[in-house]
Design a protein around this ligand. Sequence first.
Ligand SMILES: [Zn+2]
Length: 330
Amino acid sequence: MMPTRRFLLALVALSTAACASLAGCAADTDGEDEEVSADGSGDGTSEDAIVSERQLMGNELPEKHIALTYDDGPGPRTAELAEFLAEKGIPAAFFINGKNVPGHQRAIDAVVGRGHLLANHTQHHLQLTKLSAEKVVKEVADTDATLVAAQPAGPFLIRAPFGAWNGNTARAVNGTTMNKYVGSVFWDVGGQLTSTAAADWDCWGKGVSIQRCGELYLNEIRTKKRGIVLMHDIHGKSVDMTKQIIPTLIAEGYKFVKLTDVPSVKRALGAASAETSGEGACSSATLGRSVPEDTCVQSRGDQKWYRCVDGDWAASAGAADTKCTQRIGL
Ligand SMILES: [Zn+2]
């Protein structure tokens, strides 16, 4: 069995449970009732890839820490939202659809200019799990062109439309230059409209008021205490709702973290950068990839532990070595 990154192991149960229990994760905008699998049916060969078949979530954040994410833009009020959040000192991530960019370059400029993160939600918001590998890659690559122009140094994060992501979609992307992407980024809050939780697109479709939908978001955030929050900046009402709930969240002591500081995302980005350009990184024959300095790896050859020190492998005590920033065992 191939060694597996810790973050993948930690997420297996969660990503499965999330989509099994949340009907809303299947349709984050249009309300299409399509069956979706967030849990891959892969053979495990993609487990060491940057784009994982498992989705990244925010359940490891400290209590009262949330990361705001907005999908399906840019829209008519995206720039206004980016300004509002920046004035409050709140960072957000905007997962854009490339098809919506024409006519909204000012929104893109506002997102990046105000310090928010631009991220890839594909070109046309299609369900990737129903597409051929070639079409999956094109959906990612077309929006990547917009991203690179605005945010050339990355980071490159992807969220699959409808959360529809599995081993096949991950492998399709990993086999190309789009393997620079990390994800798919899922969410913890905002996936389904119920009596105690909300999904903004579903609120607007069902005539739920901005006030009530905001109360449901607050309720879900208070219940879960932490996580990645999903909203949709393509809807003006979602901008109004954000303005309504932010003062309450601030008053209740919530902290707003960058999506890149969410533990699962941060680890995945770290692995990605180590693979491509890490200074002091070491190449591991056991893992078939490079790892960052001070990563400890158990060798497949002699079963002993080694720590990456300035590009070379040094003997390590493994679990007892306090200098190991992470340990990857067989
Ligand atoms: Zn979407």
